[in-house]
Design a protein. Structure first.
Length: 761
């Protein structure tokens, strides 16, 4: 440090920063006062005494540990940690410790150019008064990604990449010969070849793909995928391998399977879906005359048929390795990036109408009250009679008409796919009889019984609305709206949940397996979908936040008591102005679901055993589940748990990455939709409160933008984090979650995917 110019003294803050930097540079060493004074060039008695005071405070704060009266060392046990670096475009990066502790703030200047997902070692900084806990990255242990997306700027002697959201403190330098033909203003994907070091502070890279002109729809969607390290095109060699697969179903294969080709079978999916990975079948097991006359109960066989992907995709094959790496299909606003090659996901495996398909099925014998009498697991062959869209099924269920309105679709539309008329699905199933005896109505009634029992058993009711867009042929959004849960979506949801729960219990619940050998005391390795109980501290935060609104939140008690309390809370909030606030805060209190071989049950669904079996076309864990079930049905030994746990962790991570990309595509389309509405005013409500401003959601179209703190005139506002509000220091005006406001659209920055509002009143 040296003596300050002009003979003045150093401040305590300056000395503290210097001492902290010195100990971080020597993390394993014990440093004496003599060494510290010399290293920092503290030549005066007051400066030395100030340094001693600072070190005593750091030791009291557990930042330093005292070796003897004149020697300290960095407290490595509490101050040096390893974990994951989380990069944010706004520079508010964070460090997530391996031990599952709370995220710790890392400023951009202390990030050492770490990228999102990198494994890093950090040193915790000595906490300053009235400041949050901070960390500094000291080592990057493992790079998660080595690519960045941005806009090229080509100069006479050099070029560089301006990254999306300026995520680095400096731009990435690119040698002119490594541009791959890229020009100024074009979006590109760059591989980083040189990271900052003591010798060079520069980031250096080379262009690996030029995406195209900024603002083009395909370019922007590909940029979002590349930003998260997700593939935006399928490798040719994998496509070629898929094209060589023989799709013929031989008589020998049919003979090995249960034959459901003559059983009433159908699919129900979104109107724009192409990959149909689940189908339902139903037939009566009770012959005429009616059971009432004979005193019997009516029984039905309900089949949940899932595309048999593992029959075509063998473990370890080139297609399997690609699917394993992707782990999931990615659903952006205007496109699907499939996990499997198109020939498999949209043709060979897809349960298209009037085509024979191979399935893995859970077959239930049930009464009309949805009570299960028996069930079994089987490889099957089916032939779907009809492909329904959700909207069509809702129309049938909400009317007395046995068939949908023909105006909804003419010949060749999705509403007329399948050779059999929809009336086949709506005519009475003997011996059910009556107007409600059609297959769709019967299955819908069963689904509602299952749903009712699920909530009675403690499932948490989260019917969250999802934002969707109508897109024109150029990819431009023409309308945005919320999709809600309907009878049709609940019909499919409940039978898929039932199948998933049933096969998970089949493997995991040893006590219920009467056919299991007595010697088997431990369940075989399996892939579960698990969901832990809410964090008690987060529940307490929820209770405090909702208390001003008059809501009471149960934070302790049995699992069922807490979940029933949460359901009661959301029911009470329904239709009130703070409904979205209640739903958002309750969701934040919940843990994230993930895949694991270690079963802890699924809290949100109130299932002791749960897995993902029903979507192998779009989720790799489902394919793993199919393979394990087949292995165990054939008498195989338990699979390697460590191997499957690694696959579970990868799948959970890729699921989160895909969700982040999906959210970014929604943000982009939202801003694009509002781009021609700058200057217009809308009614809105406050949907989020942060230290830097308030987020407002437009009531008419559900688009969300930020009113920055600097645009809140007339007072200085302070952030009340506990009560999710901004409070004016002088006039005490409050801006709180759920408040109605009138906003004007100020800016629509497509590049940053950011909407800026100002208050119109």
């Amino acid at each position: 440090m040296g003596q300050k110019k002009g003979g003045g003294r150093y401040s305590k803050r300056q000395v503290a920063d210097a001492v902290q930097a010195l100990f971080q540079a020597h993390p394993g060493e014990a440093l004496s006062f003599k060494y510290i004074f010399k290293a920092l060039k503290l030549n005066t008695h007051p400066a030395k005494m100030l340094a001693v005071d600072v070190m005593e405070e750091m030791a009291w704060d557990d930042y330093l540990s005292k070796v003897d009266n004149s020697t300290y060392r960095l407290n490595l046990k509490t101050q040096v940690q390893e974990g994951t670096f989380i990069r944010k475009a706004n520079g508010k990066n964070s460090f997530l410790p391996d031990d599952g502790g709370k995220p710790i703030f890392v400023s951009e200047r202390n990030s050492k150019s770490a990228m999102g997902g990198d494994r890093v070692r950090v040193a915790l900084m000595a906490r300053r008064q009235n400041h949050i806990k901070e960390a500094i990255v000291t080592d990057i242990l493992e790079r998660k990604h080595d690519q960045a997306v941005g806009i090229l700027q080509v100069e006479k002697d050099y070029a560089f990449l301006i990254t999306e959201g300026n995520i680095f403190a400096q731009d990435i330098l690119i040698p002119k010969k490594k541009l791959k033909g890229g020009k100024t203003g074009e979006k590109a994907v760059v591989k980083i070849t040189q990271w900052p070091s003591e010798e060079s502070k520069n980031l250096v890279g080379e262009v690996i793909d030029v995406l195209g002109e900024q603002g083009d729809n395909n370019v922007e969607m590909h940029a979002i995928l590349a930003q998260y390290g997700l593939p935006y095109k399928y490798p040719q060699r994998v496509e070629e391998a898929a094209n060589k697969i023989d799709a013929t179903i031989t008589p020998e294969e049919i003979a090995r399977r249960e034959d459901f080709r003559d059983v009433l079978t159908f699919t129900i999916d979104p109107a724009d879906a192409k990959d149909f990975d689940d189908a339902l079948s139903i037939r009566s097991l009770t012959p005429n005359p009616s059971p009432k006359e004979r005193g019997d109960e009516a029984l039905y066989e309900v089949g949940v048929h899932i595309a048999d992907v593992s029959h075509y995709v063998t473990e370890g094959s080139i297609i399997d390795r690609e699917a394993q790496q992707r782990a999931t299909s990615v659903y952006l606003v205007d496109r699907t990036i499939p996990m499997l090659p198109e020939r498999l996901c949209n043709f060979i495996c897809s349960l298209r109408p009037d085509e024979e398909k191979l399935c893995y099925s859970v077959i239930f014998e049930m009464d009309a009250e949805a009570n299960i009498k028996r069930w079994h697991l089987a490889h099957t062959v089916i032939r779907s009679d009809r492909r329904f869209a959700y909207e069509e099924v809702d129309q049938i269920l909400s009317s007395n008409s046995p068939t949908p309105d023909p105006s909804r679709g003419g010949e060749g539309s999705i509403y007329s796919q399948g050779g059999n008329d929809a009336a086949k699905l709506s005519t009475p199933l003997p011996p059910a009889g009556g107007v409600g005896g059609g297959a769709l109505r019967l299955l819908s009634n069963m689904a509602q019984k299952l749903r009712e029992r699920r909530f009675q058993n403690g499932a948490v009711k989260f019917d969250r609305e999802e934002l969707h867009f109508d897109i024109d042929e150029d990819g431009k959004p023409t309308r945005c709206f919320f999709k809600k849960s309907t009878l049709a979506t609940q019909l499919i949801e409940e039978f898929m949940l039932l199948a998933n729960r049933t096969v998970a219990e089949y493997i995991g619940n040893i006590k219920a397996q009467t056919s299991s050998p007595k010697s088997q005391t431990k369940a075989k390795t399996f892939v579960y979908r698990v969901h832990d109980q809410p964090d008690p501290q987060k529940l307490e935060t929820l209770r405090v936040a909702l208390a001003p609104f008059g809501y009471k939140v149960k934070t302790s008690g049995t699992r069922g008591a807490i979940s029933r309390g949460l359901n009661k809370l959301m029911t009470e909030a329904e239709g009130r102005r703070e409904q979205k606030l209640v739903e958002t805060l309750t969701l934040r209190a919940m843990m994230k679901a993930k895949y694991s071989t270690h079963n802890i049950g699924h809290y949100g669904l109130a299932f002791d055993y749960y897995t993902h079996f029903t979507s192998p076309i779009r989720r790799y864990p489902d394919t793993m589940v199919h393979r394990l079930l087949t292995r165990y049905q054939d008498g195989g030994r338990s699979a390697n748990q460590e191997h499957y746990e690694e696959l579970c962790e990868h799948s959970s991570e890729m699921e989160q990455t895909a969700q982040n990309a999906e959210r970014d595509s929604i943000k982009y389309k939202m801003v694009e939709f509002m781009a021609d509405k700058v200057g217009l005013e809308f009614d809105a409500h406050i949907s989020g409160v942060q230290s830097y401003g308030i987020y407002c959601e437009i009531d008419e179209n559900h688009c969300e933008g930020l009113v920055g703190m600097h645009d809140l005139d007339g007072d200085y506002y302070e952030f009340d984090e506990k009560n999710y509000q901004l409070v004016g220091r002088r006039h005490h005006r409050k801006y709180q979650l759920g408040d109605a406001v009138r906003i004007k659209v100020a800016r629509a920055n497509i590049e940053r995917r950011q909407l800026d509002f100002v208050l119109a009143d």
